[in-house]
Write a protein that binds this ligand. Structure first.
Ligand SMILES: Cc1cc2nc3c(=O)[nH]c(=O)nc-3n(C[C@H](O)[C@H](O)[C@H](O)COP(=O)(O)OP(=O)(O)OC[C@H]3O[C@@H](n4cnc5c(N)ncnc54)[C@H](O)[C@@H]3O)c2cc1C
Length: 325
């Protein structure tokens, strides 16, 4: 009889990294995502004829394995070194610059990198409703048998899928995520460089503003120089506007005016991330139970970022594949 596949639910970078490991080990995989396109929180949208990053702003690499993945993207023109310097805007203080690790962007937006990792994988578009264990303890995804199941998503989403026979697996899936609303704003020309001491604005950490927490220069990040900024809200503003994200727009525009002295943009686009970033910390890189239920994503590891999600998915894929080697 044909073996049931491992069902990987979620084709963000964690789920794709996990599925790749399983396929490489010869394990049959069914990769499912409810989104119209894969990539999850590395999402982007085509606006004004160009892709704009709406979720993750950039990649960083602190370990050699992820650095090698980025190097490969760089060699093939998919990723580009962006900057190691951002502006810091503290309320009431002069602007200053801070140096950090090299941040990477993608000319085709960050989603294109997840799409590249997924080459050769079939992604099925479907919203999974329930993952459960039958009386025989065999796992089922919406009633279909699965050899193992991977939930590659934030805790809040994973917990909701667990059926009555898997309620014991919900314990510890208690890392809440905070929301962010992203505003894309386009002008006719770039007029914000003078805000920063070096005269070249890449992005700014904004501290103490009630509406805006971060501003990215999408043209510099992507390398096409388009006069487009992406502002991320504070979690508080996002929480107040989860049901009407467009209600946050005037607050974000007022924030951009306050912080960068900008006039009204020509065009705007708003996107809500209800579960943008896991709060708190968790050291474990993934969870894998004896029953074959695996959980991975950016909530598993030191900091909730792309590198963490990639490593979590890869390591869970390897651990699962080792069960059948
Ligand atoms: C606004 C914002 C800014 C960020 N900035 C940065 C940054 O600058 N640098 C950085 O490194 N990281 C950043 N991050 C974090 C980074 O985006 C995440 O760490 C990473 O993308 C998480 O990947 P993941 O695969 O774990 O989860 P996700 O990308 O969330 O993938 C989960 C997938 O599961 C799917 N899914 C969920 N439920 C179901 C279901 N029932 N059925 C089917 N599919 C389902 C979803 O559609 C989604 O595609 C940012 C995130 C946001 C939102």
């Amino acid at each position: 009889m044909k073996q049931a596949p491992v069902v990987v639910v979620g084709a963000g970078i964690a789920g794709v990294a996990c599925a790749r490991e399983l396929v490489a080990a010869g394990v049959p995989v069914r990769l499912v995502d409810r989104g119209r396109r894969l990539g999850g929180r590395m999402g982007s949208k085509r606006l004004g004829g160009r892709a704009t990053d709406l979720g993750a702003s950039y990649l960083t690499a602190s370990d050699d394995d992820f650095a090698a993945v980025i190097d490969d993207w760089h060699r093939r023109g998919l990723a580009r070194p962006w900057t190691d310097k951002f502006t810091v805007l503290d309320a009431g203080e002069p602007a200053r610059e801070t140096a950090g690790p090299l941040r990477w962007g993608a000319p085709g937006a960050l989603r294109s990198l997840v799409e590249d990792l997924a080459v050769g994988l079939q992604v099925e578009q479907a919203a999974v409703v329930s993952v459960d264990a039958g009386p025989d303890d065999a796992l089922r995804v919406d009633g279909a048998p699965a050899r193992a199941v991977v939930l590659a998503m934030p805790d809040d989403q994973a917990r909701r899928l667990l059926g009555p026979g898997l309620q014991h697996e919900a314990a510890g899936l208690d890392r809440p995520s905070e929301p962010i609303i992203a505003l894309v704003a386009t002008w006719a020309e770039r007029t914000w460089d003078e805000v920063t001491p070096s005269g070249v604005f890449h992005g700014a950490f904004v501290n103490g503003d009630r509406a805006v927490s971060w501003i990215a220069d999408d043209g510099r990040r992507r390398g096409d120089g388009a006069p487009v900024l992406v502002a991320h809200s504070t979690p508080g503003l996002a929480a107040d506007h989860l049901d009407d994200p467009s209600g946050a727009v005037p607050h974000l525009l007022a924030g951009l005016g306050r912080i960068l002295g900008l006039p009204a943009p020509l065009e705007t686009h708003v996107h809500r991330w209800s579960l943008a970033r896991p709060t708190g910390t968790r050291a474990a890189a993934f969870r894998l139970s004896d029953s074959g239920l695996g959980i991975c994503g950016d909530g598993w590891g030191e900091a909730p970022k792309v590198e963490t999600a990639w490593r979590s998915g890869r390591d869970l894929g390897r651990a699962l594949a080792a069960r059948w080697s």
